[in-house]
Design a protein around this ligand. Structure first.
Ligand code: ZN
Length: 357
């Protein structure tokens, strides 16, 4: 799922193409894509509005419109945005089309249909995005933007010390800091040499500083590389290259770039977590609680069977269990990459005439 760097890239690409354009209407083929309106009322509500800004808050794109309105686009798992001439044939996965007065269209393509688009007003008092005047800001629950210059180490420490959770789940919690997801949480924790199951209370001031710096530097680096094109992510101006810079994410079984020991993977809360158990040590205080969680995660994996059946097949070929585990991990990563390449090729085909005149 696109995280802060991917959404930032989409917002910047989109801004370059549509800033100053005027919306004339919308067509929707999947009503639930629209968070705040029916397809009919949405088209009427955006018609005639000029696009005055394209930005991002957390993992959502925010399009500022004339007349004190703003559109939010949450790509979720498979959402993609393309700006194309209206005459280009529509592919079946396009759920929403925003029609521009200049003959182009912004197409929201979303295979899994989890993406959501909302239209809100700017509250004249608070400046927040609201469904009605005086209503609740749609972004009220979000934590600070980690790349914002106003987000200081002091702020981060204050927020951290109020929390009791384990670091991985805290980083994924959008009310703690906004925009971090599975990829960059794993990368930031590895860079800071902190175990994903470590609790916030056991951190010393230097640990807190390393985590703060790692989160910011990994996100900034990923923005520079236009994000990680893993699974379905691509942007209006093309794929990112951050996937080539990732040190642990989806590198199970490969040597840790710091110590050479194999990267481990464990499923926590239905999400894969990648880490190095040597570089990311747990302090004694966290070991017992973490051991129970890791045991549960391993039992769950054993029940699922698939991986172990493949390991058994590899063992029959004469590989040691650790060689088999690495071979399995490589094969699995390769399958993921191939499937993603196929999906992105389909996306590019739909946007073949992508370049504006
Ligand atoms: Zn290591």
């Amino acid at each position: 799922m696109p995280e802060l760097p991917e959404v930032e890239t989409v917002a910047r690409d989109l801004g370059r193409r549509i800033l100053g354009a005027t919306l004339v209407g919308a067509r929707s083929s999947w009503a639930r894509t629209l968070r705040s309106h029916t397809p009919e009322s949405f088209g009427a509500a955006i018609a005639g509005r000029r696009i005055e800004g394209v930005g991002r808050r957390a993992k959502q794109i925010v399009i500022e419109l004339s007349g004190g309105a703003a559109m939010t686009i949450h790509l979720k798992m498979t959402g993609q945005l393309f700006v194309v001439p209206a005459e280009l044939p529509l592919d079946p996965y396009v759920r929403l089309v925003l029609e521009l007065a200049d003959g182009r269209e912004v197409r929201f393509r979303d295979i899994r249909k989890f993406g959501r688009v909302g239209l809100y007003g700017r509250d004249p008092g608070s400046g927040g995005l609201v469904s009605e005047v005086g209503g609740v800001d749609v972004f009220a629950a979000l934590g600070p933007e980690p790349l914002d210059p106003s987000f200081t180490l002091r702020d981060f420490r204050r927020r951290l010390r109020r929390r009791k959770g384990r670091l991985k789940s805290m980083l994924l919690d959008q009310s703690f800091v906004a925009g971090v997801g599975n990829i960059y949480a794993d990368e930031a924790l590895w860079a800071a040499r902190l175990h994903p199951l470590r609790t916030a209370q056991t951190l010393h001031p230097p640990d807190e500083r390393r985590l703060y710096q790692s989160i910011r530097s990994i996100l900034a680096e990923a923005v520079e590389h236009r994000g990680s094109s893993i699974d379905d992510y691509t942007a209006p101006d093309g794929d990112g290259s951050m996937q080539e810079q990732l040190q642990v994410y989806q590198r199970t079984g490969e040597p840790c770039p710091r110590c050479g020991r194999p990267i481990k993977r464990v499923v926590l809360g239905a999400r894969s977590t990648h880490y190095c158990s040597w570089c990311q040590r747990l302090p004694a205080a966290d070991r017992r609680g973490a051991a129970a969680i890791l045991r549960g995660a391993t039992a769950g994996r054993r029940r699922s069977g698939g991986r172990w059946a493949e390991l058994a097949a590899e063992a029959a070929l004469g590989l040691t269990p650790s060689e088999a585990a690495r071979a399995w991990a490589r094969a699995s990563a390769e399958r993921t990459r191939r499937a993603a390449a196929t999906r992105r090729a389909a996306a590019r085909a739909s946007a073949a005439e992508n370049e504006p005149a």
